[in-house]
Design a binder for this molecule. Structure first.
Ligand code: ATP
Length: 236
């Protein structure tokens, strides 16, 4: 589904991803974890095809990342919400839906998926930060992309909403979508099928949450990541 081989990305003078390899299977939720500045957003940008790369290949659904056939098949939610502040939530979602020839009625289903039905007719400029993030998420899922790349989509959401959003991600994957989600929250990491742990641009774990915990010798995912990071510091 997504195959990254020998990826090297430089940003400024810094090598942000260094000979990075990973494979992300179809119909799964994969969590992307790592310390701040480790290269998570950069990897996501390379998968979506908006990142200049110095070497290596990124293949998505059999096509080079960023190529024309993928444009309608990938949804990307950045950390900064990308919605029109002077439109209502419903207008935003219907607008993005219309770009994919999706009817207003079908577009409105995305409102429920992110729990914004009661704010449908409110201007985005009047929403709270967490609500605005959910509006942005709704605009990305309205076209039902085959690949959904989400950069910290649950930041600023309360536990009930986070739970609902994760249930929704799981449903999308069960319907065949490939979902890549970055997060700093370990209870979310536990809900992924697979985890990619990055540190300083290098992949230090690529496994199921259970296997990551087992290889670190602890039942606690927070502790497992700390141990794997320290182990890598010793060998680096
Ligand atoms: N436009 C840029 N020019 C130069 N360096 C950049 C640029 N954008 C990011 N970087 C650097 O690239 C590295 C990786 O950044 P990236 O945003 O991928 O990290 P991240 O793992 O997503 O971090 P966070 O968890 O804080 O969002 C960081 O050291 C960052 O300072």
């Amino acid at each position: 589904m997504i195959e990254v081989k020998g990826l090297v990305v430089k940003r400024g003078r810094r090598v942000v991803l260094d000979a990075f390899d990973c494979e992300i299977p179809r119909g799964s939720v994969t969590g992307l974890l790592g310390p701040s500045g480790s290269g998570k957003t950069t990897l996501m940008r390379a998968i979506v095809g908006v990142q200049v790369v110095a070497a290596g290949t990124v293949t998505v659904l059999g096509h080079p990342a960023g190529s024309a056939p993928l444009r309608r098949k990938i949804g990307y939610v950045t950390q900064a919400p990308s919605v029109y502040a002077d439109l209502t939530v419903r207008e935003n979602i219907r607008y993005f839906g219309s770009l994919y020839r999706i009817s207003a009625r079908t577009s409105d289903e995305a409102l429920a998926a992110v729990g914004l039905e009661t704010h449908a007719d409110q201007l985005v400029s009047d929403l709270s930060g967490g609500q605005r993030s959910r509006a942005s998420l709704a605009c990305a899922i309205v076209s039902r992309p085959e690949v959904l790349v989400l950069d910290e989509p649950t930041v600023g959401q309360d536990p009930v909403l986070r739970d609902e959003l994760w249930n929704h991600f799981r449903r999308l994957a069960a319907d065949g979508a490939t979902v890549l989600v970055s997060s700093h929250v370990m209870d979310e990491a536990n809900r992924c099928d697979r985890l990619l742990l990055i540190r300083q641009g290098v992949l230090i774990a690529d496994d199921t949450p259970a296997a990551v915990k087992q290889s670190a010798g602890t039942d606690d995912l927070d502790e497992a990541f700390l141990r794997l990071i320290r182990r890598q510091e010793v060998t680096a």
